[in-house]
Design a protein around this ligand. Structure first.
Ligand SMILES: Nc1nc2c(ncn2[C@@H]2O[C@H](COP(=O)(O)OP(=O)(O)OP(=O)(O)O)[C@@H](O)[C@H]2O)c(=O)[nH]1
Ligand SMILES: [Mg+2]
Length: 292
């Protein structure tokens, strides 16, 4: 998201999200303005806000250092520990380090003051910048720890990986599966693979800005095809000197990228067969649903 035009969060904003296509999240973004803080630190609200938390992230503007901030931080810690005692890590992001007047070191010291050793061991401070993208990077890292802690997510990931490996074996190609909403990699036949998020071509006919569809209809009329099936833009094929690259929508939630080993016609046909196989259908099931 662009950092420039963010509106202040009113109260608590709730959003559901499926991280990396496999882990369902409910994100509670708590507005930092005083009137909202007062409300959700008060009784009985605070129990509702601070209980059943799995991951907690406190983000602070590190160009500001005052007693109000420390008070808020201490209350936040108190209620998180009280109402979600199973939490083993509390992440603190010291934001805006891109600014010259950022004092992340001082803010770090200031926030750590008068905190019991026990509690201090749970705190993980990271200097970040939303503007430069390191805050987003850190959040992804934090959620990746959560995936590793979640049995259901790990089971899903295991199934997805084994399906990708099956596709690879049957078509001598590499497969990369991306989560559509954020472009993050879900799994790949390379194992660990770090890349920038995949930026999507929108899978809609309209985005082609072409009269291809009318011509297709006309051609099918000449060919006397009844029950014309709609033309979907669900697969895109690129070609290099040495390989084919296919990008196919698995579901609303995911996109599969295939890189062929070579350009032999049978490799291409094996890929098309793989992309229309029951294994491909199974992939759909595991991505973006809570089913296993
Ligand atoms: N320079 C810089 N500005 C930032 C950064 N992150 C946020 N901002 C700016 O800081 C202001 C506040 O950002 P928000 O994301 O609304 O902050 P918030 O903590 O969610 O605020 P509340 O919703 O009121 O709790 C906005 O004007 C942002 O453009 C950053 O990393 N660097
Ligand atoms: Mg906000």
């Amino acid at each position: 998201m662009k950092v420039a035009n963010i509106k202040p969060t009113k109260g608590i904003s709730r959003e559901n999200f499926i991280f990396r296509g496999i882990m369902e999240l409910t994100i509670w973004d708590a507005g930092g303005q005083e009137r909202y803080l007062e409300r959700y630190f008060s009784e009985p609200q605070r129990e509702l806000i601070f209980s059943e938390v799995t991951t907690s992230v406190f983000m602070i503007d590190s160009t500001v250092k005052n007693h109000k901030v420390k008070e808020v931080f201490d209350k936040f810690l108190e209620y998180i520990i009280q109402f979600s005692p199973n939490i083993d890590k509390i992440y603190v992001l010291l934001n805006k380090i891109d600014l010259e007047n950022s004092m992340e070191d001082e803010v770090f010291k200031f926030l750590s003051e008068n905190i019991s050793e026990n509690l201090r061991d749970k705190l993980a401070f990271t200097p970040v910048s939303v503007k430069e993208g390191s805050a987003q990077h850190r959040l992804i890292e934090i959620l990746d720890f959560e995936i590793q802690k979640s049995t259901l997510s790990m089971q899903k990931l295991g199934k997805i990986r084994s399906l990708l490996d099956k596709l690879k074996t049957s078509s001598l190609s590499e497969y990369l599966l991306f989560n559509q909403p954020d472009g993050l990699l879900i799994a790949s036949t390379f194992g660990k693979f770090e890349s920038k998020p995949l930026e999507f071509i929108r899978f809609e006919m309209g985005t082609l800005d072409s009269n291809l569809y009318q011509i297709y209809q006309q051609a099918m009329e000449i060919l006397n095809v009844k029950n014309l099936s709609p033309l979907g833009l669900s697969t895109i094929i690129y070609e290099s000197d040495t390989c084919f690259v296919l990008v196919k929508e698995v579901s609303d939630g995911a996109v599969l990228m295939t890189i062929s080993k070579n350009k032999h016609p049978n490799v291409f046909s094996d890929i098309i067969t793989a992309l229309n196989s029951p294994d491909f259908e199974s992939l759909k099931k595991f991505v973006s649903t809570s089913e296993l």
